[in-house]
Design a protein around this ligand. Structure first.
Ligand code: ATP
Ligand code: MG
Length: 558
């Protein structure tokens, strides 16, 4: 693996060459989302890549809504996308743009092409255009409209704009080459008639530009130097360059915009496609676009991911030209690493069973002083109440333990974390054989968790005072997809994991955790990192989502 800190990715190499050879004066990048859905982890990669490059080279980062297709776009998405980009830490300053603000200039650009004899109005239907286009092995056929004069094209295009034609009855096409080996160059459609209301321009327009025509113009108008997109646009690059050249943007004072492609980010066994997520939401399999099991930015944020963890993740993924998919465990590794030293380590019992310390005075409460984070003393200390009756995890007791079980069992001595050594003396059970109460005795000399005579115990378990602890709901998550079967069934449906959500309603936590605010996160010792849910928490009654467990099978490649 390459060493990230010294080697530069291929895009940085291109940029440095362009700067060194004077092809541009300053770097300008952009993130151009279409406001037709929520952003996901893949978009985060694009955002942070573009923002990071602008920052690294002292340039500018533009945030531009590519809102040229009113059918699928909604204002709701504009707002959520802004929130997500802001949260990720990509600061666009004053550089927020809308492609729709350039509709007049795009129209003018189309007129320029017509006047140059580089565009014509076609009467072909979408289906006919497809038929005329030819195949990979056969050239396309000439469009009957291609013989129209400049004057006629100007009149027809103006009539298109003035609403004189029905949707689909006319398009403006570029005149390039119907026999090009690149099908994108076979007289691509530049403008179509569509009587649609636009979220920004309302009913002003009934013709809308196509992406391949609009995008290079947007970039050129803003002086974008490096227009970074994903691999599927590689075959469109000649068209991008054609538009830039024919409209005179090549070597313009702002520099020539240049398209560079990189491979999309995919996560193994994780659904990112908008179509599938929409279905999961509509069928109520998940709780909205920000359900913590999804990887939309809103979902990751709700789950308790931090911008820093996503920045690190994206950096670890690197930038490449080859499609591949990254293990979700790498994302988990990044959030664990980020929170490890920054979050308080609290005690929470997720599956409680009662413990009584028979030789501890009834009615007594001791406030024990506990480090908030043993590895980070700067996080200070807190008081945790200790009493005769406590809760511990049910799995931390076994009446008949197997070998190498070092937790609580009759006759065994263990450490109650930060508190005392206790020795189990037995348990009570209900008529079904379920343990209801565990009995212990404690060694008063071992306060703080160490014995004065130097004797050792092998197990340390966490606990919460039964008298002072509070009941909360905790949600545990697993992958939405059944990983053994892969993402899709043969019929294209998703292989869902029926156990992707576990709701625990009887958890008991330290009193302080009741004050948790939405998005606030903690380590619950031995159990993982948890975040107070932003939707379902009530004041004084948080609901915690598990961000990630403590255990990891992921190892950084060396
Ligand atoms: P999707 O189909 O997943 O919704 P999209 O490409 O349609 O994605 P856009 O809003 O058009 O979404 O994309 C905005 C930017 O984000 C584009 O530059 C696009 O290339 C980039 N992008 C989208 N998906 C990924 C991904 N998985 N990895 C990296 N960049 C991505
Ligand atoms: Mg899209």
């Amino acid at each position: 693996m390459e060493n990230e800190s010294v080697s530069r990715n291929f895009i940085e190499q291109i940029i440095e060459k362009d700067l060194a050879e004077g092809r541009c004066e300053a770097v300008k990048t952009r993130f151009p989302p279409e406001p037709n859905g929520y952003l996901h982890i893949g978009h985060a990669k694009s955002i942070l890549l573009n923002y990071g490059l602008a920052k690294k080279y002292g340039g500018e980062f533009h945030f531009r809504f590519d809102d040229t297709n009113p059918t699928k776009e909604k204002t709701e998405f504009v707002e959520s996308i802004k929130d997500d980009v802001r949260w990720l830490g990509a600061d666009w300053g004053d550089n927020l743009f809308y492609a729709s603000d350039y509709f007049d200039r795009m129209y003018e650009a189309a007129v320029t092409l017509i006047k140059k004899g580089k565009a014509y109005v076609s009467d072909l239907s979408a289906e006919e255009i497809r038929k005329y286009r030819g195949t990979l092995t056969e050239p396309g056929e000439k469009d009957p409209g291609a013989d129209r004069s400049v004057e006629e094209n100007l009149l027809l295009f103006a009539a298109m704009k003035n609403g004189e034609f029905e949707d689909g009855s006319k398009v403006l096409r570029a005149r390039i080459d119907m026999s090009s080996s690149n099908i994108n160059m076979r007289d691509p459609v530049l403008y179509r008639v569509a009587h649609l209301t636009h979220h920004n321009t309302g009913d002003k327009w009934c013709i809308y530009p196509m992406y391949d025509f609009a995008h290079p113009i947007e970039d050129a108008i803003e002086g974008i130097t490096h227009s970074i997109c994903t691999l599927e646009f590689e075959d469109h690059r000649p068209l991008y360059d054609w538009v830039v050249t024919e409209l005179g943007y090549r070597n313009s004072t702002e520099g020539t915009p240049k398209q560079i492609e990189f491979a999309k980010l995919y996560l193994t066994n994780v659904v990112t496609g908008k179509r599938y997520i929409k279905k999961l939401v509509e069928e109520k399999i998940v709780d909205g676009w920000d359900d913590p099991r999804l990887v939309s930015i809103a979902a990751l944020r709700r789950r308790g991911y931090t911008p820093e963890s996503i920045q690190n993740f994206v950096e670890l993924c690197g930038v490449s030209k080859a499609n591949s998919s990254v293990d979700y465990a790498m994302l988990e590794y990044c959030i664990r690493e980020d929170l490890k030293l920054k979050r308080k380590r609290m005690m929470a019992v997720l599956d409680p069973v009662r413990v009584v310390i028979d030789n501890y005075p009834a009615g007594q409460t001791e406030q024990l002083t506990v480090d908030n984070n043993l590895e980070n003393p700067e996080m200070g200390q807190r008081q945790v109440p200790f009493t005769r009756e406590l809760y511990i995890e049910r799995e931390d007791f076994m009446e008949e333990p197997p070998k190498k079980y070092f937790r609580m069992f009759p006759g065994n001595e263990v450490r109650l974390m930060n508190a005392y050594f206790v020795t189990c003396t037995g348990c009570e059970k209900d008529e079904n054989g379920k343990v209801t109460v565990i009995h212990c005795t404690y060694d008063p000399e071992s306060r703080g968790g160490n014995s004065p005579d130097g004797r050792k115990v092998k197990g340390t378990i966490h606990w919460v005072s039964a008298e002072h602890g509070k009941k909360v709901t905790v949600r545990l998550y697993e992958n939405l997809i059944n990983e053994e079967l892969g993402v899709y069934n043969e019929d294209g449906s998703l292989n869902l994991n029926p156990d992707s959500l576990t709701v625990l309603t009887d958890c008991v936590v330290e009193p302080e955790l009741l004050e948790a605010k939405a998005y606030e996160s903690f380590q619950f010792v031995r159990k993982g990192f948890f975040c107070a849910d932003c939707k379902d928490s009530m004041p004084g009654q948080p609901v915690f989502n598990r961000i990630v467990s403590m255990k990891s099978s992921f190892r950084l490649p060396v």
